[in-house]
Design a protein around this ligand. Structure first.
Ligand code: UT7
Length: 338
C-alpha cells in the first residue's frame, strides 16, 4: 500500500500531435459564405484550420497523435488509455478501445471522456487519477476531435471557428517535485447553461420524445457572444483558484497555454489575470478551435517553436460546452515533442 509520503503523482513524459493534411484558409470560406478573411482574423485570430475527410476521423487522428506521444516518451506500453473527445467515430461504442487496439494495446482499460473543449483537462484528471490511485503506472491521454462534422458548412458564425486535429501526452507515475508533475487541477461544470452551445439532435432525447428533427438540428447551435463572456470569466476564475492551490503567483507563470477558441478570449483572460501578452501561447491562427485537441496542440507548437522551455511554469486553462471549464499547472519537463 502507498504511504502518504510515497504517493505517486502523474508526470508528463511524452507529447505528440497530428493534424489532417487538408488546409482550409479563410479566403476559401469567404468564397462561399457571407464573411471575409479580415472579419475572421479580427474577431477570432484564425487564418486557417485543418479539416478531416478522406477516411480520416477521430480514431485515426487519435492513433497518429498517440503513437507520436509514445515515441516522445520512449514508451512501449501503457496501462490505460483515456480519449477526450465529443466526436467519437460512432455514437456507440466509445472510440477509445479501437484507438487502444490500433496502437497495439488490445485489452487495456480504455474509455472516452466527453467534456467538449475542456476535454483534455478532464482527460488529464481522469488519467492522472488512475496513476495517483495506484491503478496504473503509465497512461496515454489523447485529445482528438473531428468537430467539423458537427458544423453546418453554410453557417458563417460557426464554420470559420472550428478545425480538426489530435494531441496526446503520456503520463507516468512519479514524484510531486519532478519536472512534469501535474497538478493541482481545478474542474467545474454548469448544466444550466448547456443551451449556449449544443447539438440538438443525434442523442437519446430525440428517440425518447419521438419528435422528428430537422436536418439542421444535427449541427452545433452556438450563442457566441454569451459564450465569449462566460469563457473568459470562468477561465480567469479557475486559473486564480489553481494558482492559489499551487502556491504560485501570477508573476510565477512563464507560459499561459489556454484552450484555443479565439485569440481575443485568450488575451482577455491574460489581461484579467495580469499575465503579459508575450507569455500567451497562440496557435489558433493555424488550427482554429480543435476542441479536445486544442491544449496538447498548443503545447506541442509552443515546445517546437521554443517559447515553452524545460522548467517553465505552465498554466493550462479551458472552457467549453456543457458548460465545462477548468485549469491546471505543471512545470514543463525535458522532452522531445513528436
Ligand atoms: O470553445 C469554446 C466555445 N466557443 C467559444 O468560446 C466561442 C466564443 N465566442 C466567440 O468567439 C465570438 O463570439 C464569435 C467569434 C463566435 C463571434 O464574434 P463576436 O465578436 O462575438 O460577434 P457577434 O456574434 O456579436 O456578431 C457581430 C456581428 C453580427 O452581425 P450584426 O448582427 O451586428 O449585423 C454577426 O451576424 O458579426 C456578424 N458575424 C459575421 N460577420 C462576418 C458573425 N459571424 C460572422 C462572420 N463573418 N463569420
Amino acid at each position: 500500500m502507498q504511504t502518504e509520503q510515497a504517493r505517486e503523482v502523474p508526470v508528463v513524459a511524452g507529447l505528440g500531435s497530428w493534424l489532417p493534411p487538408r488546409v482550409v484558409r479563410n479566403e476559401e470560406l469567404a468564397q462561399r459564405l457571407d464573411t471575409s478573411d479580415e472579419w475572421i482574423r479580427t474577431r477570432t485570430g484564425i487564418a486557417e484550420r485543418r479539416i478531416a475527410g478522406d477516411g480520416i476521423a477521430t480514431i485515426r487522428m487519435a492513433i497518429e497523435a498517440g503513437s507520436r506521444a509514445l515515441r516522445s516518451a520512449s514508451a512501449q506500453t501503457v496501462d490505460a488509455l483515456v480519449l477526450a473527445t465529443s466526436t467519437p467515430d460512432q455514437l456507440c461504442p466509445a472510440s477509445a478501445p479501437q484507438v487502444a487496439t490500433g496502437l497495439g494495446f488490445n485489452g487495456i482499460p480504455a474509455f472516452d471522456v466527453n467534456a467538449v473543449c475542456s476535454g483534455f483537462l478532464y482527460g488529464l484528471a481522469s488519467g492522472g487519477g488512475l496513476i495517483s490511485s495506484g491503478m496504473a503506472q503509465r497512461v496515454l491521454v489523447i485529445g482528438a476531435d473531428t468537430f467539423s462534422t458537427l458544423i453546418n458548412p453554410d453557417d458563417r458564425t460557426t464554420m470559420p471557428i472550428f478545425g480538426d486535429g489530435a494531441g496526446a501526452v503520456v503520463l507516468r507515475a512519479g514524484r510531486p517535485d519532478e519536472l512534469g508533475a501535474l497538478g493541482p487541477i481545478d474542474l467545474h461544470s454548469d448544466g444550466d447553461q448547456a443551451g449556449l452551445l449544443f447539438v440538438p439532435a443525434g442523442g437519446a432525447q430525440q428517440r425518447v420524445d419521438g419528435v422528428p428533427m430537422e436536418a439542421g438540428d444535427y449541427f452545433l447551435a452556438m450563442k457566441g457572444a454569451e459564450t465569449f463572456y462566460l469563457a473568459y470569466s470562468r477561465m480567469a476564475e479557475s486559473a486564480r483558484t489553481v494558482l492559489d492551490r499551487a502556491g504560485w503567483t501570477v508573476a510565477d507563470v512563464d507560459r499561459f497555454v489556454g484552450h484555443q477558441a479565439n485569440a481575443r478570449i485568450l488575451y482577455t483572460v491574460a489581461k484579467q489575470l495580469g499575465v503579459p501578452e508575450e507569455k500567451v501561447a497562440v496557435n489558433v491562427d493555424r488550427v482554429g478551435n480543435t476542441v479536445a485537441a486544442s491544449i496538447p496542440l498548443a503545447l506541442a507548437d509552443s515546445a517546437r517553436d521554443g517559447t515553452l522551455r524545460t522548467g517553465d511554469r505552465v498554466l493550462l486553462s479551458a472552457f467549453g460546452a456543457g458548460l465545462t471549464w477548468g485549469a491546471a499547472v505543471l512545470r514543463w519537463p525535458d522532452l522531445r515533442v513528436c
